[in-house]
Design a protein around this ligand. Sequence first.
Ligand code: FES
Length: 318
Amino acid sequence: MSGHDTAAASGFLHVSPESKAPYADDVLARLHEDAAQVVARYPQKRSALLPLLHLVQSVDGYVSGRGVSFCADVLDLTEAEVSGVATFYTQYKRHPNGEYTVGVCTNTLCAIMGGDAIFDRVSEHLGIGHDETTDDGRITLERVECNAACDYAPVVMTNWEFFDNQTPESTVALVDDLRAGRTVTPTRGADSVCSFKQMSRVLAGFSDGRADEGVGAGPASLLGLRIAHDRGWVAPGDQRPDGSHAPEERDADAGTAGGASGAQDVPAASPDGSPAGAEDAGPTAAEESKGRTPGSTGGTGTTGSTGTAATDGKDESR
Ligand code: FES
């Protein structure tokens, strides 16, 4: 186990002396240049702390002691204030992170769909636990909370790119590919996975030009939208396909079959009492996803990562 594992718990607060070593002059000058751009986006400069912490991670690979000092200096905050924020959010690492953060969603839905089994299998395969890093510095394994991609459960994130509908086997193959330096393709979003440092720079607000890569919203996320289109359902006040407008507000009875208004727009039940649309709602999300190959070579997937029906076909989360 390398120095990467010296802090295994996410609540780890010790900062090694090395992490406080001053930045080289050229690195510091570049940091100040970038930080000025970030700070200029906000009416109050302290609001720039979150992206600046990502900027520090893009240079050091984690929130180093010198990075905390840098943020405090630039934003006129105390180091305690900066540290308090950096230790609150799990995206900020207080010890050296691997080149790829592999986060297995073990929140409720993903857990029961196999997330727990995936984490256990990958943890055993790599010989590391939560928030620990492999000896080669390539993989940091994490349990992560819901990624708002429940329609593709169980989900695995690699440097915040989606790998949907995973299995223990596909995730083991994914980490093996990453460790071997092979290109992996997220199911949605960008065409490839960049390094943790590169992703941190994107999160700091510096585009890498890849926001429009990858496939658009996929069938599981868009199923509800498709049903609405098929049936001519629109939101209150929106224009129907025939050019008329749906009422702005619905009566108290709306939403039930036979309601005074809105029944055409948002029927709640079919005449036989079954849920509206049950008879022809089309395939379920699981059925839509069935047949797609889980794993790092997906590409048939989607965007709409937030689980909402993106209407422009682009991933709103990126
Ligand atoms: S529970 Fe895993 S993405 Fe929502």
